[in-house]
Design a protein around this ligand. Sequence first.
Ligand SMILES: [Zn+2]
Length: 182
Amino acid sequence: MSLIGHLVTASAMAWCYLDLNDIGVLDAGASLSQAFLDANDGVFYSHHAIALVALGIVLGARGPDRLEIPTFNWYRRTRQSLIPHRTLTHWPPFWVFLTWLAWTGSEHSLDYVSAAWSSTFLGFCAGSWLHLAMDIMTPMGIPLLLPFGKRTSLNIYKTATLGEGACVAVFLAVLVFFAKTS
Ligand SMILES: [Zn+2]
């Protein structure tokens, strides 16, 4: 999926999550700044956690791609990365482990800073799961069994085509329907 596609779907997911928690986007923005201002009094409110999870979801839009540590080779005009593209960071068991870490961290946070970090990290994992779901639908697919092994693809759309636009539109429609009927 293209950069725009990942950003739009993750932003929509963050909006849906906020809506299910009866928090508007503007209120979430206010909660975020308040979360940092309130850090000194040490009380971590649930609306801080919700706003930080939503922020994490947007940050995770390209999480699996970013964790590959990409660079751009100006000479060859191609993208390169330290970890080969769509291998370890696009392997579901890797995210099962990171999600477990984030969940455990949020359950056992000892102070404000660790609670804030683990909430954001949990959202980041959710955004990254969405990224994997979007990537498995492209012809290149993602590895399911071994991180550097054969990739599996559902072959539903090709990146940066009308098919991708249609897939994003369907996803947005489902989210809006889900948010408005819940
Ligand atoms: Zn990817």
